[in-house]
Design a protein around this ligand. Structure first.
Ligand code: SF4
Length: 92
């Protein structure tokens, strides 16, 4: 392998290795309210139910202080922290 190619490969590998978790999460798709499963669960991006929001739901995961959070019901996608759906349940 030529030295130039080796250096390019090393740089690419190092970038992938040290990609911060929050960068990976930022790349996750944001759930659309028009998504069929979101519709089935009546997901909205702004909760209309006082005290019930995605970021205080037991199914939420990740950084709950962020604008978008992970949700166990929507793997690989993020939901709006201030959103809601009909299976909301209080965190223990
Ligand atoms: S299960 Fe909880 S965190 Fe997930 S979309 Fe519904 S209310 Fe939001």
């Amino acid at each position: 392998m030529k030295r130039r190619n080796f250096l390019k490969l090393s740089a690419a590998t190092a970038g992938a290795t040290f990609l911060p978790i929050h960068t990976l999460r930022a790349q996750e798709e944001k759930l659309s309210p028009d998504d069929p499963q979101a519709k089935a669960l009546e997901y909205v991006e702004v909760s209309q139910t006082e005290g019930e929001r995605c970021n205080n739901c037991i199914h939420a995961k990740g950084d709950l202080e962020a604008e978008w959070v992970g949700c166990n019901l929507f793997p690989g996608k993020q939901v709006k922290a201030e959103g809601w759906c009909k299976v909301w349940a209080a965190r223990g």
